[in-house]
Design a protein around this ligand. Sequence first.
Ligand SMILES: C[S@@+](CC[C@H](N)C(=O)[O-])C[C@H]1O[C@@H](n2cnc3c(N)ncnc32)[C@H](O)[C@@H]1O
Length: 241
Amino acid sequence: MAELSLKTWLRNRNIHNVVADTRESLRAIGFVRTCGVIRSRLEDFVFDARYGTDTTQINMLEELELDDESRRHGQRYQPTGAYSFRNIMRRLAPPPGSVFVDYGSGKGRVLMMAALHPFARVVGIEFSTELCDIARRNVDEFRSQEANAAPIDIVDTDVRKYDYRHDETVFYFFHPFDEAILRATLDGIRESLEARPRRASLVYYLPKHRALVEREAFFQLRETFTIGGYDCMIFDHTPRR
Ligand SMILES: C[S@@+](CC[C@H](N)C(=O)[O-])C[C@H]1O[C@@H](n2cnc3c(N)ncnc32)[C@H](O)[C@@H]1O
């Protein structure tokens, strides 16, 4: 009984997940990188406490109402660390008026943090309706304190069905899905950039399928760095004259 209540207490405070995750992280990426992840995690709790949002807890796709095909190709919900995203944005330095898209936006942490930059608009694409509902509640809480943040659209769909407006210029991926879906998504981005040529950047954080993006002739690698325990790659696209 005592063990049960301790487990419940830990789970309610998300500590249960953090402990399990740290163990997995130590095994997978070693001590130094895990320290980076822990530092990043601390800022996550600060973000949620400040805005009254719910972005930190990880959700496995099995917990969400999704079909088997979606679960097979997709990755679980795990937010980009707030510390990591601040650093990524500093390096990316997008020009004012850019349009940001997060592929697999989950509970919307990245959308809210991006909206604090001078983007014309911020778009999140997420195929779990439950996560989209949480993200919309989070954005409402966030906006009550950040009235001047950029507009945020949450599109409840599979990334393969996203309808491009051809003004999107920053494409953000935090290891959201497998190679097959990434390939289809890159095809969609390429078609959009061909339909309306424009400068653009692609950020790939935790780039498990990096070779696929590296092979894309329309994106040139700007830099690779490590932040929050994971590699991050920034690519740029410049239209041909
Ligand atoms: C690792 S999380 C990243 C969350 C968010 N981008 C961030 O960085 O904080 C991956 C997210 O992608 C979503 N996802 C996976 N496959 C997808 C697909 N085909 N279409 C839309 N969303 C997808 C998952 O539901 C999950 O919320």
